[in-house]
Write a protein that binds this ligand. Structure first.
Ligand SMILES: NC(=O)c1ccc[n+]([C@@H]2O[C@H](COP(=O)([O-])OP(=O)(O)OC[C@H]3O[C@@H](n4cnc5c(N)ncnc54)[C@H](O)[C@@H]3O)[C@@H](O)[C@H]2O)c1
Length: 257
């Protein structure tokens, strides 16, 4: 019997960027959680999103795929509306879609600046805005955004650092605005995590993965880089009932500090 049919866990989650890396790990983790019986996977990558949904379904978790660019606010609304109607509600919205394209300031084109600002900041705005009507009907609604340790400053990727600092401001502002309605809004700020994004970044900059990851590991107190599953665990805490009195917080998952 499927988990949905057995009535195990009543919640529905939607995860943007669910096709790869941290977002895919979040889909898996929420799918295993008692609190959730269904997960909607939003991404641009049709194949990856299909894989994530198939993995959920194999475990008896209902899944829906939405192929949409998170910067297209109206299209995100349509996608979320259709997922909410098929999956029967929405309790947690997680915005994990992200890209990384940088350059030193003197060489950064407006297009590169905008693509990163739009994906992270407008993409987070679009998902929460689209989710809001359904979250208002949930008995335990929550939002989790993904910021980054890069919000503290990152040379050569000022657009990314600015976008991730913006995500922190968005989190705290929406927590204040939506708290009176019982909607919790938090963010996770990961450090250096082994994902396709960081591996691509190393390759594009002509760096050996071992050197790039090794340097990042040296900067963390634990002396190692992180795994997507370790970020997903923090997201599950904030999204589900364990985090019921936590809102407006940024949880750093960096291996310290
Ligand atoms: N990997 C890290 O070290 C790290 C650290 C801190 C924060 N983050 C953040 O975590 C999130 C996930 O990153 P990741 O490392 O798993 O990257 P990833 O590249 O593995 O996954 C990102 C996913 O987002 C999707 N995506 C990108 N732009 C999109 C758009 N416009 N519309 C819809 N989908 C889109 C991609 O197709 C991909 O599936 C991002 O917000 C990233 O900035 C990552």
């Amino acid at each position: 019997m499927s988990r949905a049919a057995s009535g195990c866990g009543g919640g529905v989650a939607i995860v943007s960027g669910g096709a790869s890396g941290i977002g895919a790990a979040i889909c898996r983790r929420l799918g295993e959680a008692e609190a959730f019986r269904a997960v909607g996977v939003i991404d641009l990558d049709e194949k990856g999103a299909g894989r994530a949904a198939a993995e959920l379904e194999r475990k008896g978790v209902a899944a829906q795929v939405g192929i949409v660019d998170v910067t297209d606010v109206e299209a995100v609304q349509d996608t979320v509306d259709s997922m909410v109607s098929v999956l029967g509600g929405l309790d947690a919205a997680v915005a994990a879609a992200g890209n990384l394209a940088g350059a030193p300031l003197a060489d950064m084109t407006p297009a590169v600046w905008s693509s990163v600002i739009e994906t992270h900041l407008t993409g987070s705005f679009a998902l929460v805005k689209a989710a809001l009507p359904a979250l208002r009907r949930s008995p335990a609604p929550s939002v989790v955004l993904i910021s980054s340790v890069a919000a503290r400053g990152i040379a050569g990727n000022a657009n990314y650092g600015a976008a991730k600092a913006g995500v922190m401001g968005l989190t705290r502002s929406l927590a204040k605005e939506l708290g009176p309605e019982g909607i919790r809004v938090n963010a996770v700020a990961p450090g250096f995590i082994d994902t396709p994004l960081t591996r691509r970044h190393a390759e594009q900059n002509g760096l050996r993965w071992e050197d790039f990851a090794g340097a990042a590991a040296d900067e963390s107190a634990l002396g190692r880089i992180g795994a997507p599953e370790e970020v997903a665990e923090a997201v599950n805490f904030l999204a589900g009932p364990a985090g019921s009195y936590v809102t407006g917080q940024i949880l750093f998952v960096t291996g310290g500090p």
